[in-house]
Write a protein that binds this ligand. Structure first.
Ligand code: NAD
Length: 335
């Protein structure tokens, strides 16, 4: 299959592209290589993909309408995995326009490209943040998600709504995956595991929000990629029998779906920090701070739907995943 992976120089995009290439797919990786975080990390991730003969990189902004129209007109993609987005909850309070450009205008261009390019299946990144301050645990796809508490979350929810219209109007098979706090080697420098590891190895204190009383369904990158690929394949197979005259959004035989993809095993932030301390072999000095605006106190994925549909089951315990991250960090930064 020829697959467009947007955000290919990003954390999840690189790992996803690697797996697609390893199993024999052709990958066109797109990224604008923005400087939201250290561009060197993005270049080094890309350097792992570019030597592969079945990989081609396109530097493009998904918000560039003419560029995106040209790309889809010139290339025939069987599948699209759309991961490019302005990520980060806290940054969306400081820089809201970046989210509108990349996550809304960019998503629009993806939908139009998939529609006109007759793409067989669009799998895109949504987020656990759509659940806002939901206190009913675990989070189920059947819960109401009408109260996002950050602009980032609102753009992800908007993506799901926009995808629904394209599935409904044009029969474009779409699947949104609500990722729950993804971590692992080559992870994002703006996320807790990276920030904590760096500070601890440099002997600086770590900022612990909500006084450590946070719970997160930390999900290891390999499990996420496994879920993305299962979704891409399995759902697409089932779509062959899709009856366009009988749309039934969210159900098994419809081309519009949204699934949680998480570890189904939330961990207290303090326990997560302990796992990092164990992996590093040193105690952290902690600055306890209040909950940040836009953040939610807990996340917990009910993954029964994705499991029923694709057999997805997360396999990596946090202690193991954290140890793998710390080993990667030390090797990469020589720390
Ligand atoms: P990332 O920032 O590492 O990757 C995103 C990539 O997209 C980056 O390389 C960036 O340069 C690129 N990009 C951003 N805006 C772009 C634009 N306008 N045009 C082209 N490229 C652009 O983030 P990630 O952690 O790999 O996340 C991938 C996707 O998963 C994102 O959509 C994110 O919102 C979503 N997500 C991630 C997590 C997580 O825990 N990592 C959780 C929920 C949702």
């Amino acid at each position: 299959m020829k697959v467009l992976v947007t955000g290919a120089a990003g954390f999840i995009g690189m790992h996803t592209s690697e797996r697609l290439l390893a199993r024999g797919d052709e990958v066109v990786g797109l990224d604008n290589l923005n400087d939201y975080y250290d561009p060197r990390l993005k270049e080094d991730r890309l350097a792992r993909l570019t030597p592969h003969p079945a990989f081609r990189f396109v530097k493009l902004d998904v918000a560039d309408r003419a560029g995106m129209e040209r790309l889809f007109a010139e290339e025939g993609f069987d599948r699209v995995i759309h991961l490019a987005a302005q990520a980060g909850v806290r940054y969306s309070l400081q820089n809201p326009h970046a989210y509108v450009d990349s996550n809304l205008v960019g998503f629009m261009n993806i939908l139009e490209g998939c529609r006109h390019g007759k793409v067989g299946h669009l799998v895109y990144a949504s987020s656990s943040s759509v659940y806002g301050g939901n206190t009913k645990m675990p989070f189920s796809e059947h819960d109401s998600v009408d109260h996002p508490v950050s602009l980032y979350a609102a753009t992800k929810k908007a993506n799901e709504l926009m995808a629904h219209t394209y599935s409904h109007l044009y029969g474009l098979p779409t699947t949104g995956l609500r990722f729950f706090t993804v971590y692992g080697p080559w992870g994002r420098p703006d996320m807790a595991l990276f920030l904590f590891t760096r500070a601890m190895l440099e002997g600086r204190p770590i900022d612990v929000f909500n006084h450590g009383r946070m719970r997160r369904d930390f999900t290891y990158i390999d499990d996420i990629v496994e879920g993305v690929l299962r979704t891409l394949d399995h759902v697409a197979e089932a779509d062959a029998g899709f009856d366009a005259d009988r749309p039934d959004p969210g159900r098994s035989n419809a081309p519009y779906r949204v699934f949680n993809i998480g570890n189904h095993d939330p961990v207290e932030l303090m326990a997560f920090i302990e796992a990092i301390e164990t992996a590093i072999g040193r105690k952290a000095e902690k600055n306890f701070l209040p909950l940040q605006d836009g953040d939610v106190p807990a996340t917990y994925a009910d993954t029964a739907e994705l499991n029923a549909w694709t057999g997805f089951a997360p396999a990596t315990p946090v202690s193991e995943g954290v140890a793998r991250f710390v080993a990667w960090y030390r090797a990469y930064y020589g720390a």
